[in-house]
Structure formats: structure tokens, C-alpha cells
Design a protein around this ligand. Structure first.
Ligand code: GAL
Length: 680
């Protein structure tokens, strides 16, 4: 069967808002929509929580209100994305079919009253959800405003222990292992008398203790990834049956997610992200960098441009005490950061702050007063800029010669068995990404299973679980001329989360050109790291004591120092491997060291990078048929004056597309949250 071809309106670079017509008197709609239009809103998302309005009672569908809202959007030429409302099953459904509700690991029922109370294994949820989605899709297939769909809202893992989840898990395990002998062997259930003698004994991890068998816990996570993907597939089939030319996306959120985004992303046309950079001054130094990673990671889900489906518009609150209000320039700067890293459409959450319900203090572009103010004005100004530059930016995307490998399997396995007190898979991955970002080196963040063609440098933190396929692919990448960077806790286990009985880094030992003789889980203790060039740094979390492989092709780049029993032993190495090279970092060095090492690699490999980037200033490039565009963003709270050195010095000397100022290769001055874009 051929894949339906959705319209490509999702490749438009434009701005939008999230709107909840059901929250406002109908008399307000047209005035709102007219103001949206004059503020530059080109697309809205509606509907994702409105099940009780679409189907107030079992089988009684009421779409009149939605027809009228969509007709108004069509009249004003605003595109609409409909969210499927399964994140909030209505009360009649949960009362009639309590199996819709997840059972939490504690055994408690996840009660209705907030949202997210849906067990992905529930057959009732699937039946009623797909019935409603089918009706919606049929009704709006030809509606002139509707261009696409968002599935559910912010999928995550609930570890539901419902009877249906248990039955589905048992089937999943049966399909994977076939016999109880296999299962008992692969999971190593002999430990603590955990052997299964009947399939009926296989249950989800009841009680939720983290100390249960790690092989079992990892498989329970995998089962849930497939469950969510399958749940979504049901929705997508219901949509595509009527709307083959509409696109389908999902709004991912808050990384890291335990849910495997790549699995859930498979069936989507593109990924979306809900982007809420932290407005607190004490997060000002880190938030722009973790945000950059979230954006790159979202682009990596489908290895293509993406959307922001919810973008910060005002002070967040409701789920926590309110954060600071975004200061002038903040909304604009973060729109440009998202676009710089591959967002095409940026939809803001939300048009107006809710005056009812639990999220009253999660602020939208307009305050409760309904008096349009500073934030809407900034949005409108930014929309104008986006509209002006869209013809240039459409069809462009970030290009990278560096990839960071992200793996939900590693994330989950290292969550199940935290290695040391201070060891965190995603936080460490963030540090590599931040070091690259501070050097102005663009990188992709992709699923560790993806092909590596086209990259020159691959950073692969903590490939704790390994199989032959991954080890061969990575070894081939290095042998064929790539630079591969591996870290401590590589090759520790097989994919069943069972420790391998061979020297580490296991299947990658040949490629790395080292053997781990012994290790010391440092945790929060800090140890000196003496680089071969005489510089001293600090490292923590972990210390692999490395033996370079015989043959002289492994060079020691740093050794442990200070009063530790392994002082003088190798900590960081470089192995000349085939036509390429493999770096092995047996410890977690401070960021300064990572930056120095990555700069050295960038220089040796001729990777474009920037010099002299002050704190909080980020550069990135989008390129395509219309040319290349350098985005320079000051995401700090201070004015930054600097000379952009390195690969982008010349580009930054040209005419800025936003300010129209000339910088003639000299210093750039960017006000707090100032942005400039250069064509080169
Ligand atoms: C998102 C969610 C929205 C809204 C927003 C603010 O995570 O998708 O519905 O709740 O956060 O809390």
C-alpha cells in the first residue's frame, strides 16, 4: 500500500496559537480571531481536550460549535490543526467503562479530575476514542481550514498495571521469548527464586519497586513504548481513512521522556515539541542550552524540520508557583531560537490565559483582563518578521556534520540501575551538547539505531547496552574515517540488560583500543584529570582505569591525578582505527575539558565552529536552496558585545536581516534577548 501524501503546508515558516473555543463565550470568538489575524496568526490548534463537548453523552455527537469555530477560522484564512481529545476521557466514559483509567504502580486508580487519566491498553478507550476520531476526520476531511492533526497530547509512560495491561504484557513477552525456558534464561530469573513456571505468573512490575529484575523492568518499558505507538497507530488509521492529505503530528514535551520518541514518531509526518524555556534568573545560564538540546532532539525524531506546538507566551504557573514573566524580547528570541534549530511553524500556548479551570495561572499572550498588552505586541512584531523572512527560510534546515546518539533504551536501563550518585545519562548527554553549542558547532541528536552516513564526528555517550549490529555500525563508522567518541559505561550489557562477561568496553573494545582494567564509581567525589598538554581539569562520577591496547595505536590524552590509588593511570585515550579514530573517555570530565577536546577535534577535522561566543550567545545555521542563514542569538539577560571569530566571522560581517544594521566584520552588539540573522 502506498503511503498517503499529506499536504506540505507543515513546511511553511509561520506563527500560530493554541485556542480553546470551548472556554469562551461564542460571542468572543470572532473578535479573538480577527485580532489573531491582525497579530500574524497563521495557524491554530484546537480541540485536544474537548471530548465532553464533542460527545457529551455516549454516541451523542455535537460538532455544531466546532463547525462554527472552524468556519470562522476559514473565513479569516487561518489554518487549523485538530488535536484528538483522548488525553481527557469524559466522565460518562470513565463512569461507564472504568477500564479506561490506568492503575498506578502503587495499585491506586488514576482518577479523573485532572487529565491524562487514560490507560493506553484499555480497549474501551481505543474503541470510543477511535469512534470519535473517525467522526471528526469524516466531518472535517474537506473543511477548508483543516490542514492536519495532533494525536492525543504529550504522550508519556504511566506504567499502568491494569488487568488489560497485564494481559497485553504477557502476550508481548510470549511473542518475544516463546517459551518459559527462554524467558527465565534471558531475564536471569533464577536469582531470588523469580523463575516463572506458568505464563499466568508473568505480570507487570507490581508494587513498582526499582529493585526488581532489571531485564524484566526494561522489557516492561519496551512493551509500553510499543503500546503507545500502537495506540497512536489506531488514531492515525482513523484519521487517514478520511483525510489522506492531512498531516499528522504529536506534541512531545519535557525531555528526557522515558517514552521512546523514535518509536512513537515512526508513524508521524513530523514531530512537534512543547517548548517552555525556564524564565527564572537562576536558570538563565542553563535554560537556553537545555532548550537547544530539546530542539535538536525534536528535529532528530524524524530527521527533519519540526513544529513547536506550544511555545511559552507568559509566566507559567498552575503546576508550580508561578515563574517570572518573560521579559521584553524573550518571546521573540525563543521563537528565533526554535526556527534557527529547525522549527518551521511556532504555535504559542496560549492565546489568552484561562479564567476557569486548573491552569488559570499558566499565562497566555493576553492576560485575564483581555486587554491586549506587551506580550501580544511582541508576538505580533515577531510574526511580522517571520512572515517577511519565511520566503527565504522555507525549504532550509539545519545541517550538521556532528551527531550525538540518543537512546531511550540506555536512558531507561541507566534509570533502572543508576550507576553512581551523580551519574545521569541525559544530564551527561546535555553536557556534550552544551559544549558543542558553546563552540558554535551544529549537531544532530539522533536515535542510536540510525545510519551514520554523512557525519564526520559521532558522540555516543554511555552505550551501556550493546549488540553486534550497533557495535559493527559504530566500528565501521570509525574505520571508514569518522571520529567516534565513546565514554565510560559502554558495552556493559547485552540488550536484555544482562552484564557481559568480557572486558569493557565489551563489543567496542577493539574499536576503542582500550581495555578497562578496573573501575571506581566516583559518584560526587571529584578527581584531578591531568591532560597531556599540562592543563589540569576535574572529573567525577566514574573512573575507568584504562589499559591501552598493545600495538601503539592508542595514545593517552589524560591521566588521573591526585591522591587516588589509580593516580597516573590512563583516563582518556585516542585510538587510530582504520581510516578514522576513536576517543574513549573513561570518566566524566568537567565541561571545560569537553570543550577543549571537542575544539581540538573540530580543528583537526575542519568542522565549522565559532570562536569567542560569550555566555548565552548561540549561533546556528539553516541552509537550503535559497542560501545559508546564520542566526546569532543572545539568550542571556545582559547585553553582549563580541567579535564573532571562526567560520562565521565573514557571514556576521554582512547585512543583518532583522536589524538591517551593518557590522562590517567588527563587533556585534546584541541587547538582552537580541537576535540577528545573516545571509551568507
Ligand atoms: C502543556 C500541555 C498544555 C498545557 C501547558 C501548560 O504541557 O500540553 O495543555 O497544560 O502544558 O501547562
Amino acid at each position: 500500500m502506498t503511503q498517503p501524501q499529506p499536504n506540505k503546508s507543515y513546511e511553511n515558516v509561520r506563527m500560530g496559537v493554541d485556542y480553546y473555543p470551548e472556554h469562551w463565550d461564542e460571542e468572543m470568538w470572532e473578535k479573538d480571531i480577527a485580532l489573531m489575524k491582525s497579530s500574524g496568526v497563521a495557524v491554530v490548534r484546537v480541540g485536544e481536550f474537548a471530548w465532553s463537548r464533542m460527545e457529551p453523552r455516549d454516541g451523542e455527537f455535537e460538532f455544531g460549535w466546532l463547525d462554527r469555530a472552524l468556519d470562522l477560522f476559514a473565513r479569516y484564512g487561518i489554518d487549523v490543526v485538530i488535536g484528538t481529545p483522548t488525553h481527557t476521557p469524559p466522565r460518562w466514559l470513565t463512569a461507564k467503562h472504568p477500564d479506561v483509567l490506568p492503575i498506578l504502580p502503587s495499585g491506586a486508580v488514576y482518577q479523573p479530575g485532572v487529565r491524562g487519566h487514560r490507560c493506553f491498553n484499555s480497549r474501551s478507550l481505543r474503541h470510543y476514542g477511535e469512534r470519535l476520531i473517525g467522526r471528526l476526520a469524516e466531518r472535517y476531511a474537506k473543511h477548508p481550514a483543516v490542514v492536519g492533526w495532533q494525536t492525543d497530547n504529550e504522550f508519556g509512560m504511566l506504567d499502568s498495571q491494569s488487568a488489560q495491561a497485564a494481559e497485553d504484557f504477557r502476550d508481548w513477552v510470549y511473542r518475544k521469548y516463546g517459551t518459559l525456558d527462554n524467558l527465565n534464561r534471558e531475564w536471569g530469573t533464577v536469582v531470588w527464586s523469580g523463575e516463572y513456571s506458568e505464563w499466568s505468573e508473568v505480570t507487570p512490575p507490581l508494587g513498582g519497586s526499582p529493585y526488581q529484575n532489571p531485564s524484566f523492568l526494561l522489557d516492561f518499558a519496551r512493551f509500553q513504548w510499543e503500546t503507545v505507538a500502537d495506540f497512536q497507530n489506531g488514531q492515525i488509521a482513523a484519521i487517514r481513512a478520511h483525510c489522506p492529505d492531512h498531516f499528522v503530528t504529536h506534541n512531545f514535551h519535557s525531555y528526557p521522556q522515558r517514552l521512546d520518541l523514535y518509536k512513537v514518531g515512526e508513524a508521524l509526518d513530523f514531530a512537534s515539541f512543547d517548548y517552555y524555556p525556564n524564565t527564572s534568573p537562576d536558570k538563565a545560564a542553563t535554560s537556553p542550552y537545555s532548550g537547544a538540546l530539546s530542539l535538536d532532539a525534536t528535529r532528530g525524531v524524524k530527521r527533519r524540520n519540526f513544529w513547536i506546538m506550544e511555545q511559552l507566551s507568559g509566566s507559567p504557573g498552575a503546576w508550580m508557583p508561578m515563574w517570572r514573566m518573560p521579559q521584553p524580547g524573550y518571546i521573540r528570541a525563543y521563537v528565533w531560537q526554535a526556527i534557527a534549530r529547525g522549527a518551521d511553524t511556532v504555535v504559542h500556548f496560549r492565546w489568552r490565559s484561562a479564567h476557569i479551570g486548573a491552569e488559570q495561572f499558566w499565562h497566555g499572550l493576553i492576560d485575564h483582563s483581555n486587554v491586549p498588552g506587551r506580550r501580544l505586541a511582541e508576538f505580533a512584531e515577531t510574526s511580522g518578521e517571520v512572515r517577511r523572512l519565511a520566503p527565504l527560510l522555507e525549504g532550509t534546515s539545519p545541517e550538521a556534520q556532528v551527531a550525538i546518539l540518543m537512546s531511550h533504551e540506555q536512558l531507561e536501563a541507566l534509570r533502572i540501575q543508576k550507576q553512581t550518585d551523580n551519574f545521569d545519562y541525559y544530564e551527561n548527554l546535555k553536557e556534550y551538547h552544551r559544549a558543542l553549542t558553546k563552540l558554535g558547532i551544529g549537531c544532530d541528536v539522533i536515535d542510536w539505531r540510525q545510519p551514520l552516513d554523512g557525519y564526520r564526528v559521532v558522540v555516543a555517550p554511555h552505550l551501556y547496552l550493546l549488540d553486534d549490529e550497533a557495535a559493527e555500525r559504530l566500528s565501521r563508522f570509525a574505520a571508514d574515517g569518522g571520529t567516534l567518541l565513546l565514554t565510560a559505561r559502554t558495552g556493559v550489557k547485552n540488550l536484555n540488560n544482562v552484564c557481559v562477561m568480557q572486558p569493557l568496553p565489551g563489543l567496542l573494545a577493539d574499536c576503542a583500543g582500550v581495555a578497562v582494567r578496573e573501575y571506581d564509581p566516583l559518584g560526587r567525589d571529584v578527581v584531578r584529570l591531568d591532560a597531556e598538554d599540562g592543563e589540569q581539569y576535574a572529573c567525577s562520577q566514574w573512573a575507568d582505569i584504562l589499559d591501552p591496547a598493545p600495538g601503539g595505536r592508542t595514545e593517552v590524552l589524560a591521566r588521573y591525578g591526585g591522591p587516588v590509588f589509580f593516580a597516573g593511570e590512563a583516563a582518556v585515550t585516542r585510538h587510530a582505527f582504520g581510516h578514522g579514530e576513536t576517543y574513549y573517555l573513561g570518566t566524566h570530565p568537567e565541561e571545560e575539558y569537553l570543550r577543549a577536546l571537542l575544539l581540538r577535534i573540530a580543528q583537526e577535522r575542519g568542522l565549522p565552529h565559532a570562536e569567542g561566543l560569550p555566555a548565552g550567545v548561540q549561533v546556528s545555521v539553516r541552509a537550503g536552496a535559497s542560501g545559508a542563514y546564520l542566526f546569532v542569538l543572545n539568550l542571556s539577560r545582559e547585553t553582549r558585545r563580541f567579535r564573532l571569530g571562526g567560520a562565521y566571522a565573514e557571514a556576521a560581517g554582512g547585512e543583518g536581516l532583522l536589524g538591517g544594521r551593518r557590522h562590517s566584520g567588527g563587533e556585534l552588539e546584541l541587547k538582552p534577548y537580541g537576535v540577528e540573522i545573516f545571509r551568507f
